[in-house]
Each structure stands twice: as C-alpha cells, then as structure tokens.
Design a protein around this ligand. Structure first.
Ligand SMILES: [Zn+2]
Length: 123
C-alpha cells in the first residue's frame, strides 16, 4: 500500500464519523520500491492530498523530511517533487495494521493490501 492510498482511507465503521482520519499505522513493514518519476502526475495530486495527515503518517514511518506545509512553488520545485515522489509513491507498507484514532478499529495490511472489510455488525 502506497502512502498515497493511505492518505485517502478513513474509518468507515458505523457511526464513526469524527476524528476517523488518518488511520494510525502500527507494527508496519515498509519497503521502498522504485517507480518512474512523473512530475505532472505529482503536480495534479498535490491539491488532492490531506497534507497534514501525510506528514504525520510519514513521521510514524521515520520519514521526517516533508515540510510542514506544501511550498508555494511546489509545482516547479524539483527537490520537493522528488521528495513527494519517494514518500507518496515509492514507500510501500507491506505488512502491519491501521488503527482508527476514534473507534480503535484495526484494519490489517497484508502483502501490501489494506483490508477495509468490516464485520456485519460494524456496517
Ligand atoms: Zn473508527
């Protein structure tokens, strides 16, 4: 699971609709997998990201290089785009779990796939 995917996931347990994002990563195994740098894609994605959530999630994984706010010149800032590329698209959580900060529901991650399925009573 790329951090970009994680940035779009929130808890969807019934009645859990406040403080249910970002899901906290725990006991994770992370792998860096190289992928082609595509600045145009990244420029498009910047505005769609929950930036603070991405920064705090990256910190949970020991990545402390992201700036607290998106730079004003982000679209032309090659260093920033490279950093974003590495964090968002090349950092894969392969194993572990995601925990809802509100209801503490645990979503497992196995072989890079987050399992967002809920039991019937949780829907
Ligand atoms: Zn929840």
């Amino acid at each position: 699971m790329r951090l970009m995917t994680h940035n779009m996931l929130q808890c969807h347990v019934k009645n859990c609709d406040a403080n249910n994002f970002p899901l906290r990563l725990e006991e994770v195994e992370v792998e860096q997998i190289e992928t082609e740098f595509n600045p145009d894609f990244l420029k498009n994605v910047i505005g769609k990201l929950e930036w603070e959530a991405l920064v705090s999630t990256a910190v949970q994984l020991g990545i402390t290089t992201l700036p607290a706010a998106v730079p004003a010149d982000a679209a032309e800032n090659e260093d920033f785009l490279q950093l974003l590329h590495t964090t968002l698209l090349e950092t894969h959580v392969q194993q572990g779990k995601m925990v809802c900060p509100n209801c503490k529901h645990v979503y497992p991650i196995k072989d890079g796939i987050p399992n967002m399925l809920l039991a019937e009573h949780e829907i």
